[in-house]
Design a protein around this ligand. Structure first.
Ligand SMILES: O=C(O)CCC(=O)C(=O)O
Length: 319
C-alpha cells in the first residue's frame, strides 16, 4: 500500500508524541511541587514559551543601581559589555575563575559523594564511577551534589560575587536574584539510551522555562575539549522563535529541526580550560553533549526574577 508523505510523517510523529507525554507525566510531581511553592509558576510554565508574552514582561523590568564591583574575583571586562553581548547573542564567554577557587571546588567535589542520574538512591565518589554503574545496573551519565554544594564556601563566594550580580541585574533588571545552584559531574558513557540522554540534558537541543526572565552562569572546573562534553548554544535563539517552537508543550526539539530554523552557523560549541566560565540566557536553545574523554565537572549559578522555589537544586526529586 502506498502512503502519502503526510501519512508517513504522522506515523513517525506518533511514537515521538507518546514519549513526550510519558516524559511530562513523569515530571508531574515536580510540576505539582513548583505550583505548591509558587502558584504563579503554572502561568510562567504555560505562557513563558510565547515571545509576545515574554517581551511584554521584559518591558516591566526595572533598571538596577550602578554596580559596585569592589571585591569581585572577575577582573577584566565590564558588566555592561557582558550585558550587551548577552542581549545580542544570548551567550557571553569571557569569564575566568581564579585558579585557587577552581581547585578548591575540584578538591571538594573529589572528596564528596554525589548522586547518580538525579536520584538520591545511589551515591558515590566520582573516582568510583564504575562501581556506581554496577550498582545501578545502567549507565551513569551524571553525578549531582544537590544541597551538598552548600558545604563548599568557594561556591558561595562565586554565587555572591558582585560581578555576576551586576551582569544579572543589568540583563534581567534589579529584580534579579539567585534561584538555583548546581554542581555536577558528566561521565563518559558508551551505551546511553535516549532516555538516559534526555535525563542528563545531553545531545538534545532544548530551552529552559525556569522563570519569565533568567540567566545562567556556567563554569568548567575541569578542562573541556571536543571530547569533554562541551556545552552547545545556538546563538540569538534567546529572542527568536518560530511558531512551532512556541506552540509546543515540550522544550526539547530535534537538533536538525532547530538548526534548520535558526541557522547552523549560530551553533556554538563552548570549549575551555579549567575555570573558564560563560553566561547564557537559557531560553535560547542549548544542550550538554556526551563526554567521551575525562569526566567534566561543572558549576551552574542560575538567576531569575521570581521568588525562589523550594527545589533550588536542579533535577532534585520532588517531595
Ligand atoms: O550540561 C550542559 O552543558 C548543559 C546543561 C543543560 O542543558 C541545562 O542545564 O539545561
Amino acid at each position: 500500500m502506498a502512503f502519502a508523505r503526510s501519512d508517513i510523517a504522522a506515523q513517525a510523529e506518533a511514537p515521538r508524541r507518546s514519549k513526550h507525554f510519558q516524559r511530562m507525566a513523569a515530571r508531574l510531581p515536580i510540576y505539582a511541587a513548583n505550583m505548591r511553592d509558587r502558584p504563579q509558576w503554572l502561568a510562567m510554565f504555560a505562557l513563558g514559551r510565547f515571545l509576545p508574552v515574554r517581551r511584554a514582561l521584559w518591558r516591566l523590568a526595572h533598571d538596577g543601581a550602578p554596580p559596585d564591583l569592589s571585591g569581585t574575583m572577575f577582573g577584566g571586562g565590564t558588566a555592561s559589555g557582558a550585558v550587551d553581548t548577552l542581549r545580542a547573542e544570548g551567550l557571553f564567554t569571557g569569564l575566568q575563575l581564579p585558579e585557587p577557587v577552581c581547585k578548591t571546588i575540584l578538591r571538594f567535589a573529589r572528596a564528596t559523594p554525589c548522586f547518580a542520574n538525579l536520584s538520591r538512591r545511589v551515591e558515590f565518589l566520582a573516582s568510583a564511577h564504575g562501581d556506581a554503574v554496577r550498582r545501578l545496573g545502567r549507565p551513569v551519565l551524571t553525578g549531582h551534589y544537590f544541597d551538598r554544594v552548600e558545604a563548599c564556601p568557594a561556591v558561595a563566594m562565586i554565587r555572591g560575587d558582585p560581578f555576576l550580580h551586576a551582569v544579572a541585574a543589568g540583563y534581567l533588571g534589579r529584580e534579579a536574584r539567585v534561584i538555583s545552584t548546581r554542581l555536577w559531574w558528566s561521565f563518559p558513557a558508551r551505551s546511553a539510551s535516549d532516555a538516559d540522554l534526555n535525563l542528563a540534558s545531553q545531545e538534545k537541543l532544548h530551552f529552559d522555562l525556569d522563570d519569565w526572565r533568567a540567566l545562567k552562569f556556567f563554569f568548567y572546573l575541569t578542562p573541556v575539549g571536543q571530547g569533554g562534553g562541551p556545552h552547545v548554544y545556538v546563538r540569538r535563539t534567546h529572542n527568536r522563535r518560530v511558531a512551532r517552537h512556541q506552540w509546543t508543550l515540550v522544550v526539547g526539539h530535534p537538533n536538525q529541526d532547530v538548526l534548520d530554523a535558526y541557522g547552523p552557523e549560530n551553533k556554538t560549541t563552548v570549549l575551555g580550560g579549567a575555570g573558564q566560565g560563560f553566561a547564557v540566557d537559557p531560553f535560547g536553545f542549548h544542550m550538554g553533549t556526551v563526554v567521551r574523554t575525562a569526566p567534566r565537572l561543572m558549576l551552574e549559578v542560575g538567576f531569575g526574577v521570581s521568588s525562589v522555589l523550594g527545589r533550588r537544586f536542579h533535577g532534585e526529586p520532588a517531595g
